[in-house]
Design a protein around this ligand. Structure first.
Ligand code: MN
Length: 128
């Protein structure tokens, strides 16, 4: 995973730490934010290789943060994967239709999670 930088935007501290530790253990570097605004700021400043975006955040929705990143030429090329506990039928399709490049459901499967992230990183933007 060659030190690829993953920005984790997640307001649940336990979830954030779990994901961070799993990814760092596999050789990723991580950036962390607990609000949408902080996530957008970090993405602009560091241009990570991929963003994991929680949907329910304290300030703005993950889909709103996505829209901000897509409207900014410095961040438009960064793949953004929805990271959400919502698991109702149609959620995955709805999030992909919103413009996310992928979807990872919580709770995560810790055995395969880093590889799922790596696959999305390699895949990149669906519609660059
Ligand atoms: Mn949340």
């Amino acid at each position: 995973m060659d030190g690829a930088v993953i920005l984790i935007v997640e307001d649940n501290e336990k979830s954030l730490k779990l994901v961070r530790d799993l990814l760092q253990h596999k050789g990723f570097r991580t950036l962390e934010a607990t609000t949408g605004a902080a996530g957008v700021a970090l993405a602009r400043a560091h241009r990570p290789d991929l963003v994991l975006m929680d949907i329910q955040l304290p300030d703005i929705k993950g889909s709103e943060a996505l829209a901000i990143l897509r409207a900014d030429h410095t961040t438009v090329g960064i793949p953004v994967v929805a990271f959400t506990a919502s698991a109702m039928a149609g959620d995955r399709e709805r999030l992909l239709a919103t413009g996310f490049d992928g979807y990872l459901a919580k709770p995560i499967d810790i055995k395969i999670f880093p590889e799922q992230v790596e696959q999305y990183r390699r895949q990149g933007r669906r519609e660059p």
